[in-house]
Design a protein around this ligand. Sequence first.
Ligand SMILES: N[C@@H](CCC(=O)N[C@@H](CS)C(=O)NCC(=O)O)C(=O)O
Length: 226
Amino acid sequence: MAAGRPVQVYLDLLSQPCRAVYILLTCTKIPHKVHAVALRKGEHRTPEFTNMNLMQKVPVLVDSGFILTESDAILKYLATQYDVPEHWYPRQPQQRARVDEYTAWHHTNTRAHAAKVFILEVALNNALSNLKNTLDKLETMFLRRQPFLCGDDITVADLLAICELMQPLGAGRDILKDHPQLQRWRSRVQSAVGKSFDEAHAVLYLNIIHPPTLKNQLGSNPVGNL
Ligand SMILES: N[C@@H](CCC(=O)N[C@@H](CS)C(=O)NCC(=O)O)C(=O)O
């Protein structure tokens, strides 16, 4: 059992390990005070926070002057230092070892892989939003009054653009699918360059990583059906 002063925790509830610490504290009614640290505002990089945790990461626990980082260590400290139900971190050595076995594995597996998907999804959403602006500009500026990007005939500009816009198809994403004007331009470019278009893109088509539904829709030559 610990001293009377509430445990101080520095958390951002957007952070997965912080939420685990928060839930244990709340669930077990350990007296505590939460200090919100907004990672998005860079509050973990202030001199005061850095002084407490040189790693500049949350969560951090301060218990009567004892500073502890790492969610795994914090959770186990709370469960052993405070009077919480036994099941959280069993005392029996083999049952405890079973929990330690998981938590040792957790950081390079569950955490690493789930967090990566989250980070990549956020990055993908940003990239798609920026791309949408670009596609809109291609339609409303470059193709507004002309069949090709720079006039009535195909130029190297069209080649640069089409090869770039085809690339995401290599990962199974047709970024022109909601842009009929750009689709018509793509067809014009394809007609203008003839079979060199498919020859040049053959390697890309072969390496396409399609979700199963898209693969069925597209058949063996994705561009043929676009
Ligand atoms: N292994 C640490 C990881 C802590 C961590 O990575 N926290 C992230 C939020 S989920 C953080 O503070 N990131 C800020 C940064 O790296 O700049 C733990 O389990 O506590």
